[in-house]
Ligand binder design. Structure first.
Ligand SMILES: NC(=O)C1=CN([C@@H]2O[C@H](COP(=O)(O)OP(=O)(O)OC[C@H]3O[C@@H](n4cnc5c(N)ncnc54)[C@H](O)[C@@H]3O)[C@@H](O)[C@H]2O)C=CC1
Ligand SMILES: O=C([O-])CC(=O)C(=O)O
Length: 268
């Protein structure tokens, strides 16, 4: 049986997932796309061998077994709810949106749907989830991004911060992952996901720095648990189109989608 895959949000991440599906994935076929800008999505999809329709979110849910969600946080509910109401599988990296709308997780349970929050621009969730089966004492995360990765963040724009003239690191946020994800939704989805994997977004501590000395989106996480101490570090290469998004994010979604049908899967 071949499962039909829809992509919601055909931007930096969505187009990379589209290319991977178009190149061929066993048991999966790209079937439709939904976008905030249909004309732009069609132009972007011209590179694909298989031409698929650009439809609205309700039609995407009707046509596809699996919905890969890579749209802005604000669009999450409109994409997720119709898909889950039909019992579809939603594969997403929108951790920040899930914290804002926990009812959407309940909607999945109520209709036999499934939400898979892919690791995205982070690492080690298998170990964090395993540690959470025992006792985790603390989780701290420090994010350092080049100023160019943060200039479009809503809070940076609202505060009128001129990050491009920084000569030394500036701490933009220090608090819980829940609050950080709410204030920087397009930039620390990863902190939300870490909170959901471990001891919850309220007990997960987060700092966000704009750092002119780094060229990559860097995350350092320390998990102190009764089973192990984890020190996790990742340096993500920013995408050209959207520097706040690391290249690995789309690859994480591709790996998660491929894992849905593959006969052999490594990692949890
Ligand atoms: N967990 C993680 O590791 C990461 C998560 N993200 C999340 O992924 C999202 C997408 O990231 P990018 O691809 O870099 O952004 P992008 O801005 O390049 O693409 C977003 C796309 O969504 C489309 N869109 C807007 N409104 C829509 C709607 N109502 N329905 C469907 N599509 C709509 C836009 O037209 C655009 O094509 C980000 O907003 C962020 O929340 C991004 C990076 C890492
Ligand atoms: O590191 C990245 O590339 C993106 C990131 O932090 C996020 O969106 O959570």
């Amino acid at each position: 049986m071949v499962l039909r895959v829809g992509i919601a949000g055909y931007g930096t991440i969505g187009a990379a997932v589209g290319r991977a599906l178009d190149a061929g994935m066993e048991g999966l076929t790209l079937t439709a796309v939904t976008s905030g800008d249909a004309a732009k999505a069609r132009t972007r999809m011209a590179e694909l061998k298989a031409q698929v329709p650009v439809v609205d979110a309700a039609t995407l849910a009707e046509l596809c077994d699996i919905i890969v969600e890579c749209a802005p946080t604000a669009a999450f509910a409109d994409i997720a709810l119709p898909a889950l109401a039909r019992g579809r599988t939603l594969v997403t990296v929108s951790g920040a949106a899930l914290l804002q709308r926990p009812d959407i997780i309940d909607a999945a349970g109520a209709h036999g749907g499934r939400i898979i929050l892919a690791t995205g621009a982070l690492l080690g969730f298998d170990a964090v989830r395993a540690a959470a089966e025992g006792t985790i004492h603390s989780v701290t995360m420090v994010t350092r991004k080049p100023p160019t990765s943060l200039t479009k963040a809503k809070e940076v724009v609202e505060r009128g911060l001129d990050l491009l003239s920084l000569t030394e690191p500036l701490k933009l946020f220090d608090g819980s992952a829940r609050e950080g994800a709410a204030r920087f939704p397009a930039n620390v989805n990863v902190a939300a996901a870490l909170g959901l994997a471990g001891i919850g977004p309220d007990r997960t501590q987060l700092q966000i720095w704009a750092d002119p000395s780094v060229t990559r989106n860097c995350h350092r996480i320390v998990v102190d648990a009764d089973s192990a101490r984890l020190v996790l570090e990742i340096e993500n290469v920013p995408t050209v189109e959207n520097p706040g998004t690391g290249r690995i994010t789309a690859l994480s979604l591709v790996a998660a989608v491929r894992g849905l049908t593959s006969a052999f899967r490594v990692g949890s």
